[in-house]
Design a protein around this ligand. Structure first.
Ligand SMILES: [Zn+2]
Length: 472
């Protein structure tokens, strides 16, 4: 079965074929954060889903070129810097840095490009100029420029909306009186005093870009006029992605994106996440409660992206124990082999399980199916280990299979080395054992465990293993 994805545009599962005639390169654009605050776990659901998409495409041999933009000028960032009385760039830098830290904790692969909107204002102005020349952009009384929706009949197709529904039926609200039509969206916002010193010169006077044109300009500047896949959360479909399509296609005359993929909402304990409901979490909040980035990644990635994700602390606890099971399995296989041993061919029963993991993901990233395959593989190989059917070369081959799977999941526990304190305690314990001081030996074992390590006594001496459930 070829890789296929649900395309929001057609509302159908479609076989994936990139534009590249060689069928190799994939251009992926993903809407990034507005850097006015710490991103919350609902935002990260999108970035983790996109990471799964990228990693799976790479596992299937594609070369993915990914862009994730940073919105560092809009109403919210301007309000934030004005409230603190600092410059916009200073205000947003803090949240840009925090965002990259969070991506690291969640093991999200870095995009090739993280363009910041403020570095692409010239390209945005150029696009708006072209739209104006074509009679698609117009300047209203308030000096702002708007997109004339009547010039783009395709508007609404992605969201499957009837454009007539967007037309005002009665009274038009007073702040929109300058626009020709209520649905027309801003391309360029003329400066006003609320913007403070945030402004750029343009052919239409000082001002700043609208949010939608930021993505069109950065996507086409870095990836060209045609993208293979464009992603985002369902919240972005309308109006943001509709506007991106309208602007880009009117400028380039080409189809902007071939596949549109959107992840569903994240709920917390069955409710919409909101500051007022007290169920609003940033990644930082969860790390402060003792959860690890790896556990949060697991909880976010293992629900199929088109299904709503109900985020709960029980779910996180489930992630912790599932990762513990994986860690124990990997440690057991590693114990059963050695780095010098060449892996055998994977026996058919296990090879089928590894392949099934990837074919499930080919089916619109069916991660719940794929995780089922992984846990079947864990169960079956643990049984085979129990009954002594697996030799060192087969264990090495299963580990190879795990490494392939993990290149997509990003779940492997970081290699950790015991601290000198732990090693000193192990040495003390050896002396206690040699002197048959059993209570002292037990006390030292507990002290070692408190530092996150399990000591196992083998015929070759003591062996240290990281405690399965203590992260990271
Ligand atoms: Zn966007």
């Amino acid at each position: 079965m070829p890789t296929r994805f649900f395309n929001t545009y057609s509302r159908e599962l479609e076989d994936f074929r990139p534009l590249d005639p060689a069928g190799k390169r994939v251009k992926l654009y993903t809407c990034g954060p507005t850097v006015y605050n710490f991103a919350h776990i609902g935002n990260f659901r999108a970035y983790v889903f996109e990471d799964l998409l990228q990693r799976h495409l790479e596992a299937r041999g594609y070369e993915v070129e990914r862009v994730m933009n940073l919105t560092d000028v809009d109403d919210k960032t301007i309000r934030g810097c004005r409230q603190l009385g600092v410059r916009l760039a200073e205000f947003t830098q803090k949240f840009k840095d925090a965002f990259f830290e969070d991506l690291g904790a969640l093991r999200v692969k870095r995009a090739q490009h993280f363009p910041a909107a403020t570095d692409y204002v010239a390209q945005m102005i150029e696009m708006i100029r072209v739209l104006e020349q074509k009679g698609i952009a117009y300047q209203a009384e308030d000096k702002s420029l708007y997109f004339r929706l009547s010039k783009f009949p395709e508007y609404g197709k992605l969201a499957h909306l009837n454009l007539d529904e967007l037309r005002p039926s009665g009274r038009i609200s007073s702040d929109e009186y300058e626009k020709e039509s209520v649905g027309d969206f801003a391309l360029w916002k003329a400066w006003n005093e609320n913007d403070g010193d945030v402004k750029w010169d343009s052919p239409w006077g000082p001002g700043r870009p609208g949010w939608h044109i930021e993505c069109s300009a950065m996507a086409t500047a870095l990836l060209g006029p045609e993208l293979d896949i464009h992603c985002g959360g369902v919240d972005n479909i309308f109006p943001h992605h509709e506007a991106e399509i309208a602007q880009s296609e009117c400028v380039t005359g080409k189809k902007f994106a071939r596949y549109w993929m959107h992840n569903a909402h994240l709920m917390v304990d069955g409710q919409k996440m909101a500051k007022s409901a007290g169920n609003f979490y940033t990644l930082r909040d969860l790390l402060a409660k003792g959860w690890t980035g790896r556990e949060v990644r697991y909880a976010l990635i293992t629900v199929n992206y088109r299904l709503p994700l109900n985020f709960t602390f029980d779910g996180l606890a489930g992630a912790r124990s599932a990762l513990g099971r994986i860690d124990e399995w990997v440690a057991r296989l590693a114990d059963h082999t050695a780095s010098a041993i060449l892996p055998d061919d994977l026996p058919a029963q296990f090879a089928k399980g590894v392949e099934a993991f990837f074919t499930d993901l080919d089916d619109d990233l069916n991660i719940s199916g794929a995780m089922g395959r992984l846990f079947d593989l864990i169960r079956d190989s643990n049984r085979a280990l129990d009954s002594g059917e697996i030799n060192a070369a087969v264990a090495a081959a299963i580990l190879d299979g795990w490494n392939r799977i993990n290149s997509v999941l990003g779940f492997q526990r970081d290699a950790v080395t015991p601290s000198p304190d732990v090693l000193a305690l192990v040495e003390e314990r050896q002396i206690a054992r040699a002197n048959k001081q059993w209570p002292e030996s037990d006390r030292l074992r507990d002290a070692i465990a408190a530092l996150g390590w399990v000591v196992k006594d083998t015929k070759d001496g003591p062996k240290l293993l990281p405690k399965a459930h203590c992260g990271p």
